[in-house]
Design a protein around this ligand. Structure first.
Ligand code: IVH
Length: 729
């Protein structure tokens, strides 16, 4: 979706708009933060361009539409070849029109486009003489830039010495990855500095800063390679004849980082429609990238096409930036709320002045923990940069410190649990109510009763509130000793609802250990980790007997997590005993306990054998056919029963991706990595023998439900959930 251009009504508004844009661009190129975020700046410049199109005689000389890089910081090192900017398009239609106009200019359609990410950093020229990095220059105003050679040695991907002794200039983008940005702000604030607002500012500020007491790493990606006309003869051969893609391959051969090794490598395609398909793929992968991109750059790949198209004073005619919607906007931090989760963790959440990012209105952003707030020096009333990519929970990137007025207030941390008033255990980064999971019993019980845990139909949070308020349930185990009379005594609980709930609770007693463990809500273990632990140890006794070393034998549990899980299980000992006494199952069907230490049976905790043995499978999109009714958790259980390993993210380790309708970035990534894809139907065929396990579990449950007369196979009535699940295909 394209955000509309700013509307400019008259010459006065136009002048003001140019002034604002010039000021914002100056701050941008100087590594500072303007009061406009990127999206607002783009809108403003498009408004300026629209007004200028209707008033060509009134165009101001410093309009950002006519400059190489409006408001850029000038430097004193001349560029041998101007460092141009790029024109932008904001939609498929605009891109198609651009491609058509390029074709008209060339007299033929372009048949080789190179498509690569538009990296969100700042442009630099790196001069290599006889293979040695001798000078780094910023883009500046495009004709001359600033010498930032002091940064040599701090930029990953830009080697001090090339693989060959060539004299060339590599052009590309310096940026900070998310991790580098966090690190830079930590180091900077520890030295008494103000945090950078976002990774781009951090890279710009860091690159230009001389004589700092500390250095922080940055990352470079090359997107251009030129021979150096200032040193004759150039040792690099006739680079000017090479296509852009060949130049990039050459750049990588020389040992310079390019996007080739990333999730979104540059590709060459032969038609505008394929460009648009690749744009979609890159856009879908954006949220998973460890660095920021703000668009996709499309270039005529062939040197002959580039030369024939030529360049304007600001931008080449053979390349265009397809801008993606901003994922980062500036807004204000109004308040910090402290919420207690189901395990008693007290988590801060920022309340924001509502801001729209990619079509969603963002009013809250995660703040992780109190230490995170302190580290980032956030204050109430601060202007903050908020980042939201894909479905990820929005996060506050950093305060925009230079916009502070002095009226900002410190964020007050709670002294007692904001929910129950008990003391706070502040011994770890994440603070916790001293009552632990009993503090927010309703949340922890509702979670335990949820579909992927004990799956207790009819025990939603309203019912849980009733049970807790009536004093009938003080912990998870109390659910299993509820009597018919107690339930009948509750508001809106008739005989049928009561019997159904009792049946559902009784059925929950037989759930596999993995689900019981998950229902306990051990911190640091979710659904798949609970399955791995249960499969590894096979029994609750085995799990409870495990020390940290034994716990570490479970895949995915490292030195930090293992003792935390062991400690948490010790904390839960009384509750587990009570569950055992209530008759809750504490074994994992089909799993065998690990051998005693020193004995290698080759079996302990190993995955089941089956058609997926040795495979790592990712499920994405909507399942159809025989798998239609399975939740994601059930799909993962199915994969593991069939001998595979389930995973949520596609990586080089993935062996199979089951892609259903609406699969997006994970399918694209699988295609990129050449990973086998299957449809839900093909996959169902592969694991057909194991789907039966789900059928038997659910038929048993359905039969139980029938005993209580809910579905009674009556076509006229809505079947209950278990019955819906088996009535598929
Ligand atoms: S090519 C003559 N390729 O975007 C062509 N630029 O908005 C010049 N950028 O100044 C640039 N990723 O700083 C090119 N893959 C890419 C890029 C890229 C990011 C930046 C670059 C440029 C700016 C224009």
């Amino acid at each position: 979706m394209t955000t509309p251009a700013a509307v400019i009504m008259d010459a006065g508004a136009y002048e003001q708009a140019v002034e604002d844009a010039v000021e914002a661009a100056a701050a941008y190129y100087a590594g500072g933060t303007s009061s406009l975020d990127d999206d607002a700046y783009d809108r403003l410049v498009r408004g300026i361009a629209e007004w200028e199109a209707g008033h060509p005689d009134q165009v101001l000389p410093d309009s950002p539409t006519g400059k190489v890089a409006g408001g850029a910081v000038e430097g004193d090192v001349p560029h041998t070849v101007a460092m141009l900017s790029l024109d932008n398009v904001f939609s498929a239609e605009e891109f198609t029109a651009w491609a058509a106009s390029l074709g008209r200019r060339l007299g033929h359609e372009v048949t080789r486009f190179s498509v690569e990410p538009k990296l969100d950093g700042l442009a630099i020229a790196a001069r290599y003489t006889a293979g040695r990095l001798t000078r780094l220059i910023t883009r500046g105003d495009g004709t001359a830039g600033e010498d930032v050679s002091h940064a040599i040695g701090t930029i990953e991907g830009l080697p001090a010495v090339l693989a060959e002794p060539v004299t060339v200039e590599v052009r590309g983008e310096v940026l900070m990855t998310g991790t580098q940005f966090e690190h830079a702000n930590e180091v900077r604030t520890a030295h008494g500095g103000q945090p950078f607002a976002n990774p781009r500012n951090a890279a710009a500020g860091t690159l230009r800063a001389k004589e700092r007491a500390y250095t922080v790493p940055m990352t470079f990606f090359g997107y251009g390679l030129l021979a150096r006309p200032d040193t004759a003869p150039a040792l690099a051969g006739p680079l000017g004849e090479l296509s852009h893609s060949d130049l990039m391959a050459r750049t990588a051969e020389l040992g310079v980082h390019t996007t080739a090794a990333t999730l979104v490598p540059g590709v060459v395609v032969d038609a505008a429609e394929q460009v648009l398909a690749r744009v979609k793929e890159i856009a879908a992968l954006r949220a998973q990238l460890p660095f920021g991109i703000d668009g996709i750059v499309i270039k005529a790949d062939l040197a002959a096409d580039q030369q024939a198209a030529g360049s304007g004073s600001r931008a080449p005619r053979w390349a265009i930036a397809y801008k993606l919607p901003a994922v980062e906007k500036m807004t204000r931090l109004l308040e910090v709320e402290w919420n207690v989760g189901r395990t008693g963790i007290i988590a801060p959440r920022g309340v924001l002045e509502p801001v729209e990012i990619e079509g969603s209105t963002i009013t809250y952003a995660t703040l992780h923990n109190p230490a995170d707030i302190t580290r980032r020096d956030l204050r109430l009333g601060d202007h903050v940069m908020v980042h939201r990519a894909g479905d990820v929970i929005p996060r506050i990137e950093a305060p925009v410190a230079h916009l502070r007025t002095g009226d900002e207030q410190p964020i007050v941390f709670p002294e007692v649990c904001p929910r129950c008033g008990s003391g706070i255990d502040a011994g770890q980064e994440r603070w916790r109510c001293e009552q632990g999971r009993n503090c927010h019993l309703v949340a922890s019980l509702s979670y335990a009763a949820g579909r992927d845990q004990l799956d207790i139909e009819g025990l939603g949070s309203t019912r849980v509130v009733q049970l807790v308020d009536a004093g009938l349930v003080t912990d998870l185990a109390d659910l299993f000793t509820l009597t018919r009379e107690q339930l009948l005594g509750l508001d809106r609980m008739g005989a049928t609802s009561t019997d159904n709930l009792l049946a559902a609770i009784s059925a929950a007693k037989g759930r596999p250990l993995s689900r019981v463990l998950c229902a306990l809500g051990v911190r640091g273990t979710g659904r798949s980790m609970s399955r791995r632990i249960a499969r590894h140890f096979a029994t609750m006794d085995g799990i409870r007997a495990a020390d940290a070393a034994a716990m570490q034998q479970v895949e995915g549990i490292g030195t930090e997590k293992a003792p935390a899980i062991v400690a948490e299980l010790a904390e839960l000992a009384a509750l587990i005993d009570k569950l055992v006494a209530a008759g809750v199952n504490m074994t994992e069907p089909g799993a065998t306990p690990p051998p005693a230490p020193g004995i290698d049976s080759g079996m302990g905790g190993a995955p089941h054998d089956g058609p997926l043995t040795g495979m790592t499978v990712v499920v994405t999109g909507a399942m159809t056919g025989p798998l239609e009714k399975l939740s994601r958790n059930q799909m993962n259980e199915l994969i593991e029963r069939a001998g595979g390993r389930s995973s949520s993210g596609v990586s080089k380790k993935t062996t199979l991706v089951v892609a259903g309708d609406g699969a997006g970035s994970k399918r694209a990534k699988a295609e990129d990595l050449g990973i086998r894809l299957s449809t839900p139907d093909e996959f169902a065929g592969l694991v057909a023998d194991f789907i039966g396990w789900f059928d038997s579990v659910h038929s048993a449950r359905a039969a139980e439900t029938n005993r209580h007369g809910v579905c009674a196979a009556s076509a006229a009535r809505t079947p209950c959930r278990p019955c819906r699940q088996i009535r598929r295909g």
